[in-house]
Design a binder for this molecule. Sequence first.
Ligand SMILES: [Zn+2]
Ligand SMILES: [Zn+2]
Length: 343
Amino acid sequence: MPELRKDLFTDNWVIIAEGRDGRPIDYSQGTVPANDPADCPFEPGHESMTPPEIDAIRPSASKNADDWQVRVVPNKFSALSPQEPRSVPVKQGLFQRMNGTGSHEVVIESPAHSRRLSDFSPEQVERVLRIFQRRLRTLLGDERFQFVQIFRNEGREAGASLVHPHSQILALPFLPISFRDRLQASRKYYAQKQRCILCDVLEQELEKDERVISAGDSFVVLAPYAPRHPYELWIVPRQHRHDLRDLGEPERLDLAERIPETLRKLDDTLVNPPFNLLVRTAPTPNHHSEHPSYLEDLSEHFHWYLEVIPRIKRTAGLELATETHINTIAPETAAQTLRNGTT
Ligand SMILES: [Zn+2]
Ligand SMILES: [Zn+2]
């Protein structure tokens, strides 16, 4: 049974989940991944190897049939427990703990065993995005959860343990400190200017055109001004919305083309790099016992977007000690390289 412990020195919650050590790993230490679909729990026909399905998109109506196109299952080696009641902090001497109540789901993004996201068809990416929206609606509607993080690890260096394309969704009973800091920054800007910080940044970036990689009808891909990682990219919707749940079909179709197109640029330049894709979408303000100012006007001051972080740099002592990153590729250089194509 996982539990949450508060780090007294930073206010961060830490998930203690010993059982996850038993999970299968395609990637052994430093070698080529074991890549046999016969052993893969995410293959069509292997549905019984995963816990019962939560959601799916399939042409037929029969649940658990093997004709799914996207399938959501609980993580068999979950870092959190979805059956528990609402987490309530309990004192333990100086310390604080709470039940590891949360949801940890796997989105199996394709029936195809070994395919990079850059090779997905827009139709398939659109299905995955639709599933993300559906899961967000359910999980953010659950009063036990304050925050939902959707993310994707591709490649061993990015944290993937299985080759089969998948992303993960974690619903947490707390708001992580790093996300609180983002909300505080955007709320502060909004309080001064009554404007959204990312809308303003987007306008300035499009005008200066130093860090823009591509600009479509609905989404702009740019290298952020102060990226922590070489070739870090943001995919930003032009229309101001705080929440991925509100993305309509025309924009979803556009984003479904934009994602693989952007990843192909990274593949060409960095030769198929491992990467993380992070969805930055607003938490729900309703399930907090306190109502700090950064949760006010959330739909006005926060602007959802995607982050793509190629994992070509090892984080080391400085980053661990200070969270200060040294980035050896300026975003202007990264943007120019990606705009011009293969180096
Ligand atoms: Zn597979
Ligand atoms: Zn905005």
